[in-house]
Design a protein around this ligand. Structure first.
Ligand SMILES: C[S@@+](CC[C@H](N)C(=O)[O-])C[C@H]1O[C@@H](n2cnc3c(N)ncnc32)[C@H](O)[C@@H]1O
Length: 288
């Protein structure tokens, strides 16, 4: 199946509306406010590092940017989806802020940001939509001053283990190298996983893969430090969010209860996040 580019998907009126509204709707039964938790973690890190000049890459409707600006930080942002930029300008105006704080640019190769000019770059649900994530990160790093910070979220590959569904099957097939096994063992093994949930058969909100949006395979929080070091970024912290207290299938039985117990265990530093959280943030410093 041909994948849609992320900025085209996010340019749709429905995506713009969803991203404008989600930060306003804090009720758990409306939508699990994982992005609100994410924003809290970013704000905490900004308060710790106190960067002078911040860029929000892939700022979407600008809602997190507006919150951060209102907390007294010097932040601007950009996005490649034109409708997101227009919505962000409207949101800025209705919050009494200048619409010029946001503009059009591409985070894979930003043209409007000078090299060595920024203290901190944020990527909230952004960089894994790039066609080439590592190249994107290297281009982002160029924009940072010495010791500048690149703080961004990634999808968690280890989360596939606890979902007990098609993703788990795929993950286990890969790490057990099932393809290489003798037939008899393959069949016995298939029996073990046959009762895992088939996401196509249950009523869950479609995820970004099922929407056919291009995105990078999730990252592994156990190896991310080594991966980033090779790019000249030192990982100074890993913070988990969007915890799932039970396999996602159970959300279809009682959405409110599922979200309530999941919200209760949100804790960015809990080791269970390596498995129970679908996403994590890394706080990186430019080392070379
Ligand atoms: C999941 S949304 C997150 C938006 C915002 N950061 C937030 O947290 O609300 C991802 C955003 O990245 C933008 N995007 C995707 N590819 C991009 C690119 N190459 N350059 C800039 N923005 C891009 C999309 O248009 C979308 O607004």
């Amino acid at each position: 199946m041909k994948k849609t580019n992320a900025f085209q998907f996010f340019n749709k009126v429905s995506s713009v509306k969803e991203y404008s509204d989600m930060y306003k709707k804090l009720r758990l039964d409306l939508r699990y406010p994982a992005n609100v938790k994410r924003e809290q973690i970013f704000v905490k890190l900004l308060k710790k590092h106190k960067p002078k000049k911040i860029i929000d890459a892939g700022c979407g409707t600008g809602m997190p940017l507006i919150d951060i600006k209102k907390k007294g930080f010097n932040i601007i942002g950009y996005d490649k989806a034109k409708n997101m930029v227009s919505e962000a300008k409207e949101n800025l105006k209705s919050n009494g802020l200048s619409p010029d704080l946001v503009f059009y640019d591409n985070f894979e190769n930003p043209k409007k940001v000078k090299n060595n000019s920024v203290d901190c770059i944020l990527g909230m649900g952004a960089f894994y939509y790039a066609k080439n994530v590592n190249k994107t990160l290297l281009n982002q790093k160029k924009k940072l001053k010495k010791n500048g910070r690149l703080i961004f979220s990634l999808r968690n590959r280890l989360f596939d283990i606890i979902t007990l569904n098609n993703y788990t099957k795929k993950f286990l097939d890969e790490i057990y190298e099932v393809k290489k096994l003798k037939k008899e063992w393959k069949n016995k093994y298939k029996n073990l996983t046959k009762n895992f949930t088939d996401r196509k058969k249950i009523k869950l909100e479609k995820n970004i893969d099922e929407e056919g949006v291009y995105n990078h395979i999730p990252h592994n929080p156990l190896t991310i430090t080594d991966e980033m070091t090779k790019l000249g970024l030192s990982v100074e912290g890993i913070y988990f969010y969007h915890f799932h207290a039970f396999p996602p299938l159970f959300e279809t039985f009682d959405k409110n209860y599922y979200r309530k117990i999941s919200w209760k265990i949100e804790n960015p530093l809990d080791w269970r996040g390596f498995f129970l959280a679908s996403t994590f943030i890394i706080d990186c410093k430019k080392i070379f």
